[in-house]
Design a protein around this ligand. Structure first.
Ligand SMILES: C[S@@+](CC[C@H](N)C(=O)[O-])C[C@H]1O[C@@H](n2cnc3c(N)ncnc32)[C@H](O)[C@@H]1O
Length: 258
């Protein structure tokens, strides 16, 4: 992989640019504002607000997890003593710089909800690129970016009392996904650049990994992607994009009954 270069975005935070793909890791109109809007607010916080109104979903959790996932899943399904909410299982496509993971770890601490966060990445970034990137962020986010980036790959790592991170170094096309996922951050490079990741096969695999009522968000609101998700039985919503960013983004919900 060509080593990505640092670039500034309009909200003053940094992104990375891959010259070989002519593709950025985040919106050039604001890396932090995109991550906060599309993944933290429209996915994670939306799920927390919605889930807190639901009956105990642990009864719906299947018995089909891989052995190593079983302990974590039962922990995640436990009622949290502080917030009254269940733990949440997040799956991210593309760990990249770890920005979405770091923001979710901070949000988990803030809302006192236990999160198990899986993130898949085929091309982990070199530490010197990460260090330059981290230097462009406010101190609280920089501290968490360092923590998630220094976590080992392919093992669950406790980042704080509320956030366990499992970075998976693998190709999304070939990998087995974790089960019983509540929230998916679909943050792949654009469909024009990596069409194989925006395919029926990948979204079917992700749909199978999600619990009924689970949600997926992505920055891409293209009609073809929305129709593909609908054809796989997702309910879809086009929602306003981040400030100064894309006009619309996409949220998809897995139906309770197919
Ligand atoms: C838009 S960037 C993700 C940005 C990231 N979420 C962040 O917060 O910095 C897309 C990521 O997908 C990764 N990727 C590309 N092809 C992949 C594949 N086949 N399997 C897993 N990850 C892949 C890229 O290396 C890149 O890090």
């Amino acid at each position: 992989m060509v080593v990505p270069e640092i670039q500034a975005t309009t909200d003053g935070t940094a992104t990375l640019y891959r010259a070989d793909l002519d593709e950025h890791y985040h919106s050039v109109k604001g890396a932090l504002s995109e991550s906060e809007h599309v993944y933290i607010n429209l996915a994670f916080n939306h799920f927390l607000n919605f889930a807190s109104d639901m009956a105990d979903p642990s009864e719906e959790r299947g018995d089909t997890l891989a052995i190593e996932d079983k302990e974590e899943a039962s922990g995640a399904a436990r009622k949290d003593a502080d917030s009254g909410l269940k733990g949440v299982r997040v799956f991210e496509v593309g760990f990249g710089t770890g920005l979405n993971a770091a923001l979710t770890a901070l949000e988990a601490e803030r809302s006192r909800v236990r999160v198990t966060y899986y993130s898949i990445e085929l091309y982990p970034l070199p530490p010197e690129v990460i260090e330059d990137f981290v230097g462009q962020y406010p101190p609280d986010i920089a501290r968490m970016l360092r923590a998630v980036n220094s976590a080992r790959w392919n093992l669950p790592v406790k980042i704080n009392d509320f956030f366990t991170l499992h970075k998976i170094e693998a190709n999304l096309i070939e990998a087995d996904l974790p089960g019983n996922v509540d929230v998916v951050y679909f943050d792949a490079f654009a469909p024009e650049k990596q069409p194989e990741l925006w395919s029926e096969c990948i979204f079917t695999k992700i749909h199978d990994a999600m619990t009924p009522g689970a949600i997926l968000t992505t920055y891409c609101a293209k009609g073809a992607i929305r129709r593909l998700l609908q054809s796989l039985s997702f309910l879809t919503e086009r929602l306003p994009g981040p400030p100064a960013g894309k006009r619309e983004v996409l949220r998809a919900t897995k139906k309770h009954t197919l």
